[in-house]
Design a binder for this molecule. Sequence first.
Ligand SMILES: Cc1cc2nc3c(=O)[nH]c(=O)nc-3n(C[C@H](O)[C@H](O)[C@H](O)COP(=O)(O)O)c2cc1C
Length: 171
Amino acid sequence: MRVDVEYLEYLWPMRHYLITCGDFKGTANIIAVSFCMPVSKEPPMVACAIGKSAYSCGLIEQNGEFVVNVPPKELKRQIYYCGFHSGRFVNKFQESGLTAQTARSVKAPIIQECTAFLECQVTQAIDTGDKRLFIGTVLEAYADEDVHKGERIIEYAAGDFPRQVYGGRFA
Ligand SMILES: Cc1cc2nc3c(=O)[nH]c(=O)nc-3n(C[C@H](O)[C@H](O)[C@H](O)COP(=O)(O)O)c2cc1C
């Protein structure tokens, strides 16, 4: 026998990322994102799907850039904070305790506590149902040197299917 399921659950596990957007001076925001993937090797490009109602969606649209910050699993609490609160109402850097640092090539900050960083410039944006798919060229990709050299081993944030965020249609 087969039963109807929430389709997303069967695409799991997915990595969790913290995407920063906005401007270091003023509108800087963080959104937890799992819908993020590489879409071209040459030139290097990534795509991320951002809810149309998310505050971050407007900021990325406006500034045409975002940063994919790769968090270790120790940041799970902060990931969930950024995934359950909106930058419309709270300053997520202040409230989560994450530290904003100047990026190399974009106005959005990077998150100091993360391990690797992809600074992206939006080249295309496509409406997909309740999300907007932002496709970006990777302008800069860098990571902590000791992790890159294998001298420090990091477990990255992924996790059980976050039913509170995505589940429900067949629950
Ligand atoms: C683990 C996790 C993964 C998430 N993945 C996504 C995602 O891929 N795309 C998305 O739009 N929202 C995702 N969310 C939900 C957003 O992070 C959430 O709606 C957030 O409050 C939006 O913040 P903003 O209004 O400041 O932009 C995720 C939440 C969690 C906890």
